[in-house]
Design a protein around this ligand. Structure first.
Ligand code: AP5
Length: 216
């Protein structure tokens, strides 16, 4: 599959992407995960991105496009990809269109995850993430807790709260989403590529997306 996942912070993009990649081996490409790994490794990219991320602001488009142009040409993307958290602005979406044309890639569709604001706020404050950059399993202390010792059920690493999960950063991320990312819904609607999913259960959403893929 070649799809984009759109949705507010906490809508469940990462959770749905991980379930979808089990479906046919398509790779999850999360710009958030790529950036967090760069911050952890202390690379130049990480140093440049960290302050933006901790505040809940978007990292500059030019930096993101440089990462994604290289990432989409890696061999594991040839089989299929699920773009999680990219594009995030109209300029990124326009650049992505040009890049796909150049690489002769055609998207199946764009998934918009619709989740009410109060559910989102609750999910973000209760999310925990595996600290192992090769795993990054997503947990939720209410709906899907890690082990009683606070470790990852998959790889045993400590499960932590992200640096951008302070109340101030969460508020800013939601405002940034409304201002910069929500306009992509109209953008992809006009391209006739948008499919919206209202279900609150990730497994149901994944089943619906798989059905749409089979019927395309
Ligand atoms: P990023 O990592 O992309 O963060 P985000 O968009 O804010 O999305 P989240 O990861 O917070 O949420 P999600 O929708 O994946 O939800 P999840 O599945 O975890 O980006 C982080 C930062 O990087 C940005 O702020 C920006 O600075 C930078 N960045 C990244 N991409 C960029 C770009 N393209 N351009 C510029 N800057 C960029 O689920 C959330 C919680 O809910 C979890 O606890 C989960 O277990 C739980 N949950 C999920 N689904 C359900 C369900 N159905 N029922 C119950 N609980 C559920």
């Amino acid at each position: 599959m070649k799809i984009i996942l759109l949705g507010a912070p906490g809508a469940g993009k990462g959770t749905v992407a991980k379930l979808l990649s089990d479906f046919d081996g398509s790779v999850q490409v999360s710009t958030g995960d790529i950036l967090r790994a760069a911050v952890k490794d202390g690379t130049d990219l990480g140093k440049e991105a960290k302050d933006y991320m901790d505040r809940g602001d978007l990292v500059p488009d030019s930096l993101i496009m440089k990462i994604m142009e290289a990432r989409l040409q890696e061999p594991d993307c040839q089989k299929g990809f699920i773009l999680d958290g990219f594009p995030r602005t109209i300029p990124q979406a326009e650049e992505l269109q040009k890049l796909m044309k150049k690489l002769e890639i055609e998207l199946d569709f764009v998934v918009n995850l619709e989740v009410p604001k109060e559910v989102i706020l609750d999910r973000l404050t209760t999310r925990r993430t595996c600290s192992n950059p090769d795993c990054q399993e997503i947990y939720n202390i209410k709906s899907n807790p890690p082990t009683a010792e606070g470790t990852c059920k998959k790889c045993g690493s400590p499960v932590i709260q992200r640096d951008d999960e302070t109340e101030e950063a969460i508020t800013n991320r939601l405002e940034t989403y409304n201002e910069k990312t929500a306009p992509l819904i109209g953008f992809y609607e006009r391209e006739d590529l948008l499919k919206s999913f209202k279900s609150l259960q990730s497994a149901d959403t994944v089943t619906e997306i798989e059905k749409s893929l089979k019927n395309r």
